[in-house]
Write a protein that binds this ligand. Sequence first.
Ligand SMILES: NC(=O)c1ccc[n+]([C@@H]2O[C@H](COP(=O)([O-])OP(=O)(O)OC[C@H]3O[C@@H](n4cnc5c(N)ncnc54)[C@H](OP(=O)(O)O)[C@@H]3O)[C@@H](O)[C@H]2O)c1
Length: 466
Amino acid sequence: MGRNLARNLARNGFRVAVHNRTTSKAEALVDEFGDEGDLTLARSLEDLVGALERPRRIIVMVKAGEGTDAVLDELAPLLDEGDVVADAGNAHFHDTMRRHEALARKGIRFAGVGVSGGEVGALEGPSIMPGCDGDTYAEIGPFLEVISAHVDDEPCCTLIGPDGSGHFVKMVHNGIEYADMQLIGESVDLLRRLVHLEPADVAEVVRGWNDTELESYLVEITAEVLAHTDAETGRPFVDVVRDAAEQKGTGRWTVQTALDLGVPVTAIAEATMARAVSGDTTRRDAVREALAAPEEDPAVADDPGLDPDDLRAALYAAKVVAYAQGLDMVRAGSAEHGWDVELADLPRIWRDGCIIRARLLADITDALEEHPDAPSLLATPDFAAAVTERLPALRRVVAAGVAAGVPLPVFSSVLAYLDALRAERLPAALVQGLRDYFGAHTYERVDREGTFHTPWAGDRVEVDAG
Ligand SMILES: NC(=O)c1ccc[n+]([C@@H]2O[C@H](COP(=O)([O-])OP(=O)(O)OC[C@H]3O[C@@H](n4cnc5c(N)ncnc54)[C@H](OP(=O)(O)O)[C@@H]3O)[C@@H](O)[C@H]2O)c1
Protein backbone atom coordinates (compact mmCIF):
# COMPACT_ATOMS: atom_id res chain seq x y z
CA MET A 1 0.00 0.00 0.00
CA GLY A 2 2.77 2.41 1.00
CA ARG A 3 4.77 1.94 -2.17
CA ASN A 4 1.73 2.53 -4.33
CA LEU A 5 0.79 5.68 -2.45
CA ALA A 6 4.36 6.93 -2.91
CA ARG A 7 4.20 6.18 -6.64
CA ASN A 8 0.84 7.93 -6.88
CA LEU A 9 2.31 11.06 -5.27
CA ALA A 10 5.37 10.94 -7.52
CA ARG A 11 3.28 10.40 -10.66
CA ASN A 12 1.32 13.51 -9.72
CA GLY A 13 4.47 15.61 -9.67
CA PHE A 14 5.20 15.70 -5.94
CA ARG A 15 8.76 15.18 -4.67
CA VAL A 16 8.72 12.09 -2.47
CA ALA A 17 11.34 10.58 -0.18
CA VAL A 18 10.63 6.94 0.65
CA HIS A 19 11.78 4.85 3.57
CA ASN A 20 10.98 1.30 4.66
CA ARG A 21 12.25 -0.66 7.65
CA THR A 22 13.56 -3.21 5.17
CA THR A 23 15.68 -0.89 3.05
CA SER A 24 15.88 -3.29 0.11
CA LYS A 25 12.13 -2.84 -0.49
CA ALA A 26 12.36 0.94 -0.68
CA GLU A 27 15.45 0.55 -2.85
CA ALA A 28 13.56 -1.77 -5.21
CA LEU A 29 10.73 0.76 -5.40
CA VAL A 30 13.06 3.58 -6.45
CA ASP A 31 14.96 1.31 -8.88
CA GLU A 32 11.80 0.01 -10.51
CA PHE A 33 9.65 3.11 -10.57
CA GLY A 34 12.09 6.00 -10.13
CA ASP A 35 11.34 7.12 -13.68
CA GLU A 36 7.68 7.76 -12.81
CA GLY A 37 8.55 10.90 -10.86
CA ASP A 38 10.79 12.39 -8.19
CA LEU A 39 11.32 9.42 -5.83
CA THR A 40 14.30 9.58 -3.45
CA LEU A 41 15.50 6.71 -1.30
CA ALA A 42 15.97 7.41 2.42
CA ARG A 43 17.95 4.61 4.03
CA SER A 44 17.11 5.68 7.58
CA LEU A 45 14.42 7.71 9.29
CA GLU A 46 17.12 10.34 9.95
CA ASP A 47 17.77 10.51 6.19
CA LEU A 48 14.04 10.76 5.55
CA VAL A 49 13.57 13.62 8.01
CA GLY A 50 16.67 15.35 6.61
CA ALA A 51 15.37 15.11 3.05
CA LEU A 52 12.11 16.94 3.68
CA GLU A 53 11.31 20.64 3.54
CA ARG A 54 9.63 22.15 6.59
CA PRO A 55 7.06 21.83 7.92
CA ARG A 56 7.70 18.20 7.09
CA ARG A 57 4.78 16.18 5.81
CA ILE A 58 5.19 12.47 6.42
CA ILE A 59 2.78 9.68 5.54
CA VAL A 60 3.17 6.54 7.65
CA MET A 61 1.75 3.46 5.92
CA VAL A 62 2.70 0.42 7.95
CA LYS A 63 1.04 -2.51 9.68
CA ALA A 64 -1.55 -0.96 11.99
CA GLY A 65 -1.13 -1.21 15.76
CA GLU A 66 2.35 -2.04 17.03
CA GLY A 67 3.92 -1.23 13.66
CA THR A 68 2.54 2.30 13.72
CA ASP A 69 3.59 2.86 17.34
CA ALA A 70 7.09 1.56 16.59
CA VAL A 71 7.50 3.99 13.69
CA LEU A 72 6.02 6.95 15.56
CA ASP A 73 8.23 6.29 18.62
CA GLU A 74 11.30 6.37 16.42
CA LEU A 75 10.14 9.26 14.27
CA ALA A 76 8.80 11.73 16.85
CA PRO A 77 12.17 12.64 18.46
CA LEU A 78 13.54 13.50 15.01
CA LEU A 79 10.77 15.98 14.17
CA ASP A 80 10.31 19.69 14.85
CA GLU A 81 7.34 21.61 16.10
CA GLY A 82 4.73 22.09 13.38
CA ASP A 83 5.73 19.02 11.36
CA VAL A 84 2.83 16.86 10.20
CA VAL A 85 2.57 13.08 10.45
CA ALA A 86 -0.33 11.35 8.71
CA ASP A 87 -1.07 7.74 9.61
CA ALA A 88 -2.73 6.25 6.55
CA GLY A 89 -2.95 2.70 7.94
CA ASN A 90 -6.10 1.11 9.29
CA ALA A 91 -5.66 2.36 12.85
CA HIS A 92 -8.32 1.97 15.50
CA PHE A 93 -9.74 5.46 16.06
CA HIS A 94 -9.00 5.23 19.79
CA ASP A 95 -5.31 4.66 18.94
CA THR A 96 -5.46 7.68 16.65
CA MET A 97 -6.92 9.81 19.45
CA ARG A 98 -4.17 8.64 21.81
CA ARG A 99 -1.42 9.32 19.22
CA HIS A 100 -2.90 12.71 18.36
CA GLU A 101 -2.77 13.74 22.00
CA ALA A 102 0.74 12.38 22.61
CA LEU A 103 2.20 14.04 19.51
CA ALA A 104 0.34 17.30 20.14
CA ARG A 105 2.22 17.55 23.47
CA LYS A 106 5.41 17.63 21.39
CA GLY A 107 3.99 20.21 19.00
CA ILE A 108 3.72 17.65 16.20
CA ARG A 109 0.55 17.75 14.15
CA PHE A 110 -1.05 14.37 13.60
CA ALA A 111 -3.66 13.19 11.13
CA GLY A 112 -5.48 9.85 11.15
CA VAL A 113 -6.16 9.21 7.48
CA GLY A 114 -8.49 6.45 6.33
CA VAL A 115 -7.59 5.14 2.87
CA SER A 116 -9.72 2.72 0.88
CA GLY A 117 -9.26 1.17 -2.51
CA GLY A 118 -6.79 -1.64 -2.03
CA GLU A 119 -3.43 -1.63 -3.75
CA VAL A 120 -4.78 -0.53 -7.12
CA GLY A 121 -6.68 2.31 -5.48
CA ALA A 122 -3.57 3.45 -3.64
CA LEU A 123 -1.79 3.71 -6.99
CA GLU A 124 -4.54 5.06 -9.22
CA GLY A 125 -6.63 7.09 -6.79
CA PRO A 126 -8.15 5.91 -3.53
CA SER A 127 -10.96 7.34 -1.47
CA ILE A 128 -9.34 9.22 1.40
CA MET A 129 -10.90 10.03 4.78
CA PRO A 130 -8.59 12.35 6.75
CA GLY A 131 -9.25 13.26 10.38
CA CYS A 132 -7.23 16.17 11.78
CA ASP A 133 -7.33 19.85 12.71
CA GLY A 134 -8.05 22.38 9.97
CA ASP A 135 -4.50 23.79 9.97
CA THR A 136 -3.07 20.27 9.61
CA TYR A 137 -5.42 19.59 6.72
CA ALA A 138 -4.19 22.78 5.06
CA GLU A 139 -0.73 21.16 4.95
CA ILE A 140 -1.69 17.69 3.67
CA GLY A 141 -5.15 18.11 2.13
CA PRO A 142 -3.91 19.56 -1.16
CA PHE A 143 -1.66 16.50 -1.73
CA LEU A 144 -4.28 14.00 -0.67
CA GLU A 145 -6.96 15.59 -2.82
CA VAL A 146 -4.75 15.43 -5.91
CA ILE A 147 -3.87 11.73 -5.47
CA SER A 148 -7.41 10.66 -4.56
CA ALA A 149 -9.97 9.33 -7.03
CA HIS A 150 -12.11 12.00 -8.71
CA VAL A 151 -15.75 12.13 -9.80
CA ASP A 152 -16.58 15.00 -12.17
CA ASP A 153 -13.34 16.71 -11.09
CA GLU A 154 -14.38 16.48 -7.43
CA PRO A 155 -11.82 14.72 -5.22
CA CYS A 156 -12.92 11.65 -3.26
CA CYS A 157 -11.19 13.18 -0.27
CA THR A 158 -12.35 15.74 2.23
CA LEU A 159 -11.61 16.68 5.83
CA ILE A 160 -13.93 14.44 7.84
CA GLY A 161 -13.40 16.19 11.16
CA PRO A 162 -10.83 16.40 13.93
CA ASP A 163 -8.91 13.72 15.77
CA GLY A 164 -10.01 10.09 15.28
CA SER A 165 -12.92 10.93 12.98
CA GLY A 166 -11.19 9.86 9.75
CA HIS A 167 -10.26 6.44 11.07
CA PHE A 168 -13.71 6.08 12.65
CA VAL A 169 -15.32 6.69 9.25
CA LYS A 170 -12.87 4.29 7.56
CA MET A 171 -13.78 1.66 10.15
CA VAL A 172 -17.49 2.08 9.44
CA HIS A 173 -16.77 2.04 5.69
CA ASN A 174 -15.16 -1.36 6.18
CA GLY A 175 -18.12 -2.50 8.27
CA ILE A 176 -20.45 -1.61 5.40
CA GLU A 177 -18.06 -3.46 3.07
CA TYR A 178 -18.46 -6.59 5.23
CA ALA A 179 -22.27 -6.36 4.99
CA ASP A 180 -22.20 -5.67 1.25
CA MET A 181 -19.92 -8.63 0.53
CA GLN A 182 -21.94 -11.00 2.71
CA LEU A 183 -25.18 -9.90 1.00
CA ILE A 184 -23.66 -10.59 -2.39
CA GLY A 185 -22.44 -13.96 -1.08
CA GLU A 186 -25.90 -14.86 0.18
CA SER A 187 -27.42 -13.84 -3.17
CA VAL A 188 -25.01 -16.05 -5.08
CA ASP A 189 -25.68 -18.93 -2.69
CA LEU A 190 -29.42 -18.59 -3.37
CA LEU A 191 -28.90 -18.61 -7.13
CA ARG A 192 -26.74 -21.70 -6.86
CA ARG A 193 -28.80 -23.67 -4.36
CA LEU A 194 -32.35 -22.67 -5.32
CA VAL A 195 -32.06 -21.90 -9.02
CA HIS A 196 -29.29 -24.50 -9.50
CA LEU A 197 -27.05 -22.23 -11.55
CA GLU A 198 -23.37 -22.99 -12.04
CA PRO A 199 -20.89 -20.27 -11.01
CA ALA A 200 -20.34 -19.19 -14.64
CA ASP A 201 -24.11 -18.75 -15.09
CA VAL A 202 -24.39 -16.85 -11.82
CA ALA A 203 -21.56 -14.65 -13.13
CA GLU A 204 -23.76 -13.75 -16.10
CA VAL A 205 -26.71 -12.86 -13.85
CA VAL A 206 -24.47 -10.75 -11.63
CA ARG A 207 -22.87 -9.07 -14.64
CA GLY A 208 -26.38 -8.09 -15.71
CA TRP A 209 -26.99 -6.60 -12.26
CA ASN A 210 -24.10 -4.25 -12.88
CA ASP A 211 -26.22 -2.50 -15.53
CA THR A 212 -28.89 -1.73 -12.95
CA GLU A 213 -29.20 0.24 -9.72
CA LEU A 214 -26.87 -2.40 -8.20
CA GLU A 215 -23.91 -1.16 -10.23
CA SER A 216 -20.89 -1.24 -7.95
CA TYR A 217 -17.28 -2.36 -7.75
CA LEU A 218 -18.14 -5.33 -5.53
CA VAL A 219 -20.84 -6.56 -7.93
CA GLU A 220 -18.46 -6.08 -10.85
CA ILE A 221 -15.67 -8.14 -9.28
CA THR A 222 -18.15 -10.78 -8.07
CA ALA A 223 -18.85 -11.60 -11.73
CA GLU A 224 -15.10 -11.78 -12.39
CA VAL A 225 -14.39 -14.13 -9.48
CA LEU A 226 -17.40 -16.36 -10.26
CA ALA A 227 -16.40 -16.69 -13.91
CA HIS A 228 -12.82 -17.62 -13.05
CA THR A 229 -11.72 -21.24 -13.55
CA ASP A 230 -9.02 -22.89 -11.47
CA ALA A 231 -6.19 -23.72 -13.86
CA GLU A 232 -5.09 -26.79 -11.91
CA THR A 233 -8.40 -28.60 -11.63
CA GLY A 234 -10.55 -26.96 -14.29
CA ARG A 235 -13.19 -26.42 -11.63
CA PRO A 236 -14.84 -23.07 -10.85
CA PHE A 237 -12.39 -21.08 -8.74
CA VAL A 238 -15.00 -20.49 -5.99
CA ASP A 239 -15.35 -24.24 -5.56
CA VAL A 240 -11.68 -24.82 -4.82
CA VAL A 241 -11.33 -22.02 -2.26
CA ARG A 242 -11.78 -22.95 1.42
CA ASP A 243 -15.05 -21.43 2.62
CA ALA A 244 -13.61 -19.83 5.75
CA ALA A 245 -13.61 -16.03 5.48
CA GLU A 246 -10.88 -14.16 7.30
CA GLN A 247 -10.91 -10.70 8.79
CA LYS A 248 -8.32 -8.17 9.79
CA GLY A 249 -10.47 -6.63 12.49
CA THR A 250 -12.23 -3.51 11.21
CA GLY A 251 -15.60 -5.30 11.08
CA ARG A 252 -15.17 -6.46 14.65
CA TRP A 253 -14.17 -2.94 15.74
CA THR A 254 -17.25 -1.54 14.02
CA VAL A 255 -19.53 -3.91 15.91
CA GLN A 256 -17.78 -3.37 19.24
CA THR A 257 -17.99 0.40 18.81
CA ALA A 258 -21.62 0.22 17.68
CA LEU A 259 -22.48 -1.68 20.86
CA ASP A 260 -20.73 0.98 22.95
CA LEU A 261 -22.69 3.69 21.14
CA GLY A 262 -25.96 1.73 21.29
CA VAL A 263 -26.47 1.88 17.51
CA PRO A 264 -28.06 -1.22 15.97
CA VAL A 265 -25.84 -2.00 12.98
CA THR A 266 -27.45 -5.41 12.61
CA ALA A 267 -26.39 -6.04 9.00
CA ILE A 268 -22.74 -5.29 9.77
CA ALA A 269 -22.87 -7.37 12.96
CA GLU A 270 -24.39 -10.38 11.20
CA ALA A 271 -21.87 -10.12 8.37
CA THR A 272 -19.03 -10.09 10.91
CA MET A 273 -20.54 -13.05 12.75
CA ALA A 274 -21.05 -14.89 9.45
CA ARG A 275 -17.30 -14.69 8.84
CA ALA A 276 -16.71 -16.03 12.34
CA VAL A 277 -19.14 -18.91 11.72
CA SER A 278 -17.45 -19.73 8.42
CA GLY A 279 -14.05 -19.86 10.09
CA ASP A 280 -15.29 -21.99 12.98
CA THR A 281 -14.51 -25.13 11.02
CA THR A 282 -14.08 -27.57 13.92
CA ARG A 283 -17.53 -26.76 15.25
CA ARG A 284 -19.00 -26.75 11.72
CA ASP A 285 -17.66 -30.25 11.10
CA ALA A 286 -18.88 -31.56 14.45
CA VAL A 287 -22.35 -30.05 14.22
CA ARG A 288 -22.80 -31.02 10.57
CA GLU A 289 -22.20 -34.60 11.63
CA ALA A 290 -24.34 -34.41 14.76
CA LEU A 291 -27.31 -32.59 13.23
CA ALA A 292 -28.18 -34.57 10.13
CA ALA A 293 -29.18 -32.24 7.28
CA PRO A 294 -32.96 -32.14 6.92
CA GLU A 295 -34.45 -33.92 3.94
CA GLU A 296 -34.97 -31.48 1.12
CA ASP A 297 -38.65 -30.58 0.91
CA PRO A 298 -39.71 -31.90 -2.54
CA ALA A 299 -42.01 -28.91 -2.96
CA VAL A 300 -39.05 -26.60 -2.50
CA ALA A 301 -36.85 -28.66 -4.82
CA ASP A 302 -39.44 -28.55 -7.61
CA ASP A 303 -40.26 -24.92 -7.13
CA PRO A 304 -37.38 -22.98 -5.66
CA GLY A 305 -39.74 -20.05 -5.17
CA LEU A 306 -36.98 -17.65 -6.01
CA ASP A 307 -37.44 -15.09 -8.73
CA PRO A 308 -34.05 -13.60 -9.71
CA ASP A 309 -35.77 -10.22 -10.15
CA ASP A 310 -36.93 -10.47 -6.54
CA LEU A 311 -33.37 -11.21 -5.53
CA ARG A 312 -32.07 -8.14 -7.35
CA ALA A 313 -34.67 -5.96 -5.65
CA ALA A 314 -33.99 -7.54 -2.26
CA LEU A 315 -30.25 -7.04 -2.62
CA TYR A 316 -30.73 -3.36 -3.38
CA ALA A 317 -33.05 -2.84 -0.39
CA ALA A 318 -30.69 -4.71 1.91
CA LYS A 319 -27.68 -2.72 0.72
CA VAL A 320 -29.56 0.51 1.44
CA VAL A 321 -30.22 -0.72 4.98
CA ALA A 322 -26.54 -1.60 5.49
CA TYR A 323 -25.48 1.88 4.36
CA ALA A 324 -28.21 3.49 6.49
CA GLN A 325 -26.99 1.64 9.58
CA GLY A 326 -23.36 2.61 8.93
CA LEU A 327 -24.34 6.25 8.50
CA ASP A 328 -26.38 6.09 11.74
CA MET A 329 -23.26 4.93 13.46
CA VAL A 330 -21.14 7.80 12.12
CA ARG A 331 -23.85 10.23 13.23
CA ALA A 332 -23.73 8.76 16.74
CA GLY A 333 -19.91 8.65 16.88
CA SER A 334 -19.68 12.22 15.70
CA ALA A 335 -22.14 13.36 18.39
CA GLU A 336 -20.35 11.35 21.09
CA HIS A 337 -16.94 12.83 20.27
CA GLY A 338 -18.06 16.29 19.12
CA TRP A 339 -16.58 15.84 15.64
CA ASP A 340 -19.32 17.56 13.68
CA VAL A 341 -19.01 15.21 10.70
CA GLU A 342 -20.98 16.29 7.61
CA LEU A 343 -22.78 13.04 6.84
CA ALA A 344 -23.37 13.77 3.14
CA ASP A 345 -19.59 14.06 2.64
CA LEU A 346 -19.17 10.33 3.22
CA PRO A 347 -21.20 8.91 0.34
CA ARG A 348 -19.76 11.71 -1.80
CA ILE A 349 -16.14 10.63 -1.23
CA TRP A 350 -17.07 6.94 -1.45
CA ARG A 351 -18.45 7.34 -4.99
CA ASP A 352 -15.10 6.30 -6.45
CA GLY A 353 -11.74 4.91 -5.40
CA CYS A 354 -12.99 2.80 -2.51
CA ILE A 355 -14.15 -0.79 -2.26
CA ILE A 356 -17.79 0.12 -1.61
CA ARG A 357 -18.03 2.51 -4.56
CA ALA A 358 -21.46 2.16 -6.09
CA ARG A 359 -23.99 4.00 -8.22
CA LEU A 360 -26.24 4.10 -5.16
CA LEU A 361 -23.86 6.49 -3.38
CA ALA A 362 -24.74 9.44 -5.60
CA ASP A 363 -28.40 9.04 -4.60
CA ILE A 364 -27.47 8.70 -0.93
CA THR A 365 -25.44 11.92 -1.17
CA ASP A 366 -28.44 13.74 -2.68
CA ALA A 367 -30.82 12.37 -0.04
CA LEU A 368 -28.58 13.43 2.85
CA GLU A 369 -27.99 16.85 1.36
CA GLU A 370 -31.71 17.42 0.91
CA HIS A 371 -32.63 15.98 4.32
CA PRO A 372 -29.66 16.59 6.62
CA ASP A 373 -31.78 16.23 9.75
CA ALA A 374 -33.49 12.95 8.81
CA PRO A 375 -32.86 10.50 11.67
CA SER A 376 -32.23 7.72 9.15
CA LEU A 377 -31.52 7.44 5.44
CA LEU A 378 -34.54 5.11 5.44
CA ALA A 379 -36.74 8.03 6.46
CA THR A 380 -35.76 10.18 3.47
CA PRO A 381 -38.55 10.19 0.86
CA ASP A 382 -36.77 8.58 -2.11
CA PHE A 383 -35.15 5.79 -0.08
CA ALA A 384 -38.32 5.21 1.95
CA ALA A 385 -40.16 4.70 -1.36
CA ALA A 386 -37.39 2.53 -2.83
CA VAL A 387 -37.28 0.22 0.19
CA THR A 388 -41.08 0.07 0.57
CA GLU A 389 -41.40 -0.94 -3.07
CA ARG A 390 -38.85 -3.75 -2.62
CA LEU A 391 -39.99 -5.00 0.79
CA PRO A 392 -42.31 -7.72 -0.58
CA ALA A 393 -39.46 -9.04 -2.75
CA LEU A 394 -37.11 -9.04 0.25
CA ARG A 395 -39.68 -10.99 2.26
CA ARG A 396 -40.15 -13.55 -0.54
CA VAL A 397 -36.39 -14.00 -0.89
CA VAL A 398 -35.87 -14.53 2.84
CA ALA A 399 -38.86 -16.90 2.97
CA ALA A 400 -37.49 -18.96 0.06
CA GLY A 401 -34.06 -19.19 1.66
CA VAL A 402 -35.42 -20.09 5.08
CA ALA A 403 -37.72 -22.76 3.58
CA ALA A 404 -34.80 -24.36 1.77
CA GLY A 405 -32.34 -24.12 4.65
CA VAL A 406 -30.01 -21.61 2.98
CA PRO A 407 -28.40 -19.45 5.68
CA LEU A 408 -29.18 -15.79 5.08
CA PRO A 409 -27.91 -14.02 8.19
CA VAL A 410 -27.71 -10.54 6.69
CA PHE A 411 -30.81 -10.68 4.47
CA SER A 412 -32.82 -12.03 7.43
CA SER A 413 -31.48 -9.47 9.87
CA VAL A 414 -32.21 -6.64 7.44
CA LEU A 415 -35.80 -7.80 7.09
CA ALA A 416 -36.18 -8.12 10.87
CA TYR A 417 -34.67 -4.65 11.31
CA LEU A 418 -37.11 -3.10 8.84
CA ASP A 419 -40.04 -4.94 10.39
CA ALA A 420 -38.95 -3.82 13.85
CA LEU A 421 -38.61 -0.17 12.83
CA ARG A 422 -42.03 -0.29 11.14
CA ALA A 423 -43.87 -2.07 13.97
CA GLU A 424 -46.45 -0.17 16.02
CA ARG A 425 -45.51 -2.16 19.11
CA LEU A 426 -42.51 -4.31 19.95
CA PRO A 427 -42.17 -7.10 22.53
CA ALA A 428 -39.76 -4.79 24.35
CA ALA A 429 -42.74 -3.87 26.56
CA LEU A 430 -42.80 -7.43 27.89
CA VAL A 431 -39.02 -7.36 28.31
CA GLN A 432 -39.41 -4.25 30.46
CA GLY A 433 -42.06 -6.05 32.52
CA LEU A 434 -39.78 -9.04 33.04
CA ARG A 435 -36.86 -6.81 34.03
CA ASP A 436 -39.08 -5.06 36.54
CA TYR A 437 -40.29 -8.44 37.86
CA PHE A 438 -36.93 -9.97 38.63
CA GLY A 439 -34.77 -6.90 39.18
CA ALA A 440 -37.08 -3.95 40.04
CA HIS A 441 -35.58 -2.19 37.03
CA THR A 442 -38.72 -0.01 36.62
CA TYR A 443 -40.57 0.93 33.42
CA GLU A 444 -42.26 3.84 31.74
CA ARG A 445 -45.95 3.87 30.72
CA VAL A 446 -47.51 4.80 27.40
CA ASP A 447 -50.25 6.89 28.98
CA ARG A 448 -48.41 9.19 31.39
CA GLU A 449 -44.95 10.54 32.23
CA GLY A 450 -42.82 9.02 34.94
CA THR A 451 -41.03 5.86 36.03
CA PHE A 452 -42.92 3.05 37.72
CA HIS A 453 -42.43 -0.24 39.54
CA THR A 454 -44.84 -3.02 40.36
CA PRO A 455 -43.99 -4.92 43.58
CA TRP A 456 -44.43 -8.32 41.95
CA ALA A 457 -43.76 -10.35 45.11
CA GLY A 458 -46.06 -8.11 47.17
CA ASP A 459 -49.44 -6.53 46.57
CA ARG A 460 -48.71 -5.71 42.88
CA VAL A 461 -50.05 -2.21 43.29
CA GLU A 462 -47.96 -0.03 41.01
CA VAL A 463 -45.79 2.59 42.71
CA ASP A 464 -44.25 5.76 41.36
CA ALA A 465 -40.50 5.03 41.15
CA GLY A 466 -39.49 8.46 39.86
N1 LIG B 1 -4.02 -3.83 1.83
C1 LIG B 1 -5.07 -3.04 1.71
O1 LIG B 1 -5.93 -3.20 0.81
C2 LIG B 1 -5.24 -1.87 2.63
C3 LIG B 1 -6.25 -0.93 2.38
C4 LIG B 1 -6.37 0.17 3.21
C5 LIG B 1 -5.52 0.33 4.27
N2 LIG B 1 -4.54 -0.59 4.51
C6 LIG B 1 -3.66 -0.35 5.65
O2 LIG B 1 -2.41 0.11 5.14
C7 LIG B 1 -1.35 -0.29 6.01
C8 LIG B 1 -0.32 -1.04 5.20
O3 LIG B 1 -0.94 -2.20 4.68
P1 LIG B 1 -0.24 -3.24 3.69
O4 LIG B 1 -1.37 -3.92 2.98
O5 LIG B 1 0.79 -2.53 2.87
O6 LIG B 1 0.47 -4.36 4.57
P2 LIG B 1 0.90 -4.49 6.08
O7 LIG B 1 1.42 -5.85 6.25
O8 LIG B 1 -0.23 -4.10 6.98
O9 LIG B 1 2.11 -3.45 6.22
C9 LIG B 1 3.36 -3.68 5.64
C10 LIG B 1 4.33 -2.54 5.93
O10 LIG B 1 4.43 -2.31 7.35
C11 LIG B 1 5.81 -2.33 7.72
N3 LIG B 1 5.94 -2.71 9.12
C12 LIG B 1 5.31 -3.73 9.75
N4 LIG B 1 5.67 -3.76 11.06
C13 LIG B 1 6.55 -2.75 11.25
C14 LIG B 1 7.26 -2.26 12.37
N5 LIG B 1 7.13 -2.82 13.57
N6 LIG B 1 8.07 -1.19 12.20
C15 LIG B 1 8.19 -0.62 10.99
N7 LIG B 1 7.53 -1.01 9.89
C16 LIG B 1 6.72 -2.07 10.02
C17 LIG B 1 6.41 -3.33 6.76
O11 LIG B 1 7.80 -3.21 6.73
P3 LIG B 1 8.69 -4.41 6.14
O12 LIG B 1 8.54 -4.35 4.66
O13 LIG B 1 10.06 -4.09 6.61
O14 LIG B 1 8.15 -5.68 6.72
C18 LIG B 1 5.73 -2.89 5.46
O15 LIG B 1 6.31 -1.73 4.95
C19 LIG B 1 -2.00 -1.14 7.10
O16 LIG B 1 -2.24 -0.35 8.22
C20 LIG B 1 -3.30 -1.58 6.48
O17 LIG B 1 -4.28 -1.84 7.44
C21 LIG B 1 -4.37 -1.68 3.71
